[in-house]
Design a protein around this ligand. Structure first.
Ligand SMILES: NC(=O)c1ccc[n+]([C@@H]2O[C@H](COP(=O)([O-])OP(=O)(O)OC[C@H]3O[C@@H](n4cnc5c(N)ncnc54)[C@H](OP(=O)(O)O)[C@@H]3O)[C@@H](O)[C@H]2O)c1
Length: 308
């Protein structure tokens, strides 16, 4: 598995990892997916408290490593701080809970899942107000800088190797970097040919922040599988559109395709070398089609386009 260097701290991250959002714990679904992925050569597993599957992901990692004769340090594991735990006083407990559920000794990358804090008092994972809008944590007053400072302290425990963010736009990163003592190792964002994130990637590169691509296949509502350019390039290589999407993705970032299907898990890591011309053709797709597939209605500006 190709490893990519995180420029601002020198650590490495695998180029392709298994996503596990909407990979349930029932019937051993996510457990099997993780074990299959490790046997197939995946060396990065991405989960989150909000996915509700850390315990089974952890069991899949432990058994997958054992069955493939691998050591803990052979795999990179990411999990994320939930929005209901973004209040600084809640961060150490939330981190320890994730680590206990995963039960893998340490976390390779712990991320702030969103630049958003939600009311922790309701007992709900995504608390809503009576009018249906999302129940933002009024006490934190949107100060994700304070959440980040609490995450920085986790590095002193030695139980986490890298800290990062997800869903951070350029304006929010600029704000964060004004007070951050540690520059985020990674910013995980939605990225595929309909949302190539070119400006954000340039900004992150200038700060040594590595980008990881989530929803690289367009998630569950994808229209990328009907794209003519991608279909042509897939045909030329005798590969699927998904494989072309992941092959293009690794030319820009590390990539996190999700699947619970054994054939697709195996296929998704089987990438091809695209020609410069093919990469350029895929880069150009967003000149005519752009689409963000994952857009929760937080009620506050989050994505780059929210600030325009
Ligand atoms: N930080 C964040 O806020 C955030 C947000 C979204 C996602 N993520 C991470 O990124 C990961 C990937 O994103 P995602 O789950 O939204 O979407 P994705 O990986 O773009 O797409 C997943 C969908 O594509 C299907 N699929 C997988 N391989 C395929 C193939 N070869 N051909 C056709 N269909 C295929 C999957 O179904 P099957 O499972 O049935 O194969 C599933 O329906 C997540 O799982 C999560 O780990 C992070």
């Amino acid at each position: 598995m190709l490893l990519v260097r995180i420029r601002n701290n020198g650590n490495k991250i695998p180029a392709v990892g298994l996503g596990t959002w909407q990979s349930g714990e029932e019937n051993d679904t996510v457990y099997r997916a993780v074990k299959t992925a490790i046997a197939d050569g995946y060396r990065h597993i991405d989960t989150a408290m909000m996915y509700g599957n850390e315990a089974e992901v952890g069991r899949g990692i432990r058994d997958g490593l054992k069955e493939s004769n691998l050591k803990r340090e052979d795999i990179f594991v990411t999990t994320k701080l939930a929005t209901i735990h973004a209040r600084p006083s809640l961060v150490p407990r939330a981190f320890q809970d994730s680590l206990d559920k995963l039960d893998i000794g340490y976390i390779d990358l712990y991320m702030m899942h969103w630049p958003v804090a939600m009311n922790p008092a309701t007992g709900q994972l995504v608390p809503l107000r009576p009018d249906g809008t999302r129940d933002i944590d009024e006490e934190l007053k949107g100060k994700f800088e304070d959440t980040w400072a609490a995450m920085e302290k986790l590095l002193d425990t030695g139980k986490v190797k890298n800290i990062g963010v997800a869903n951070f736009s350029v304006p929010n990163l600029e704000r964060l970097l004004k007070t951050a003592k540690v520059v985020p190792a990674v910013n995980q964002v939605e990225l595929h040919p309909y949302l190539p994130q070119t400006k954000l990637l340039e900004y992150c590169a200038s700060k040594g922040i590595h980008n990881s691509a989530y929803s690289p296949l367009g998630s569950t509502q994808s229209t990328l599988f009907q794209d003519k350019t991608l279909a042509e390039i897939a045909k030329a290589h005798g590969k699927s559109i998904a494989q072309i999407l992941i092959s293009w993705g690794v030319t820009r970032t590390s990539v996190l395709p999700k699947s619970v299907n054994p054939e697709r898990i195996a296929a998704n890591i089987d990438t091809v070398n695209l020609t410069e011309d093919e990469i350029q053709r895929i880069n150009d797709i967003s000149k005519s089609t752009t689409q963000r597939f994952v857009r929760p209605n937080w009620g506050i500006p989050v994505f780059d386009e929210d600030f325009e």
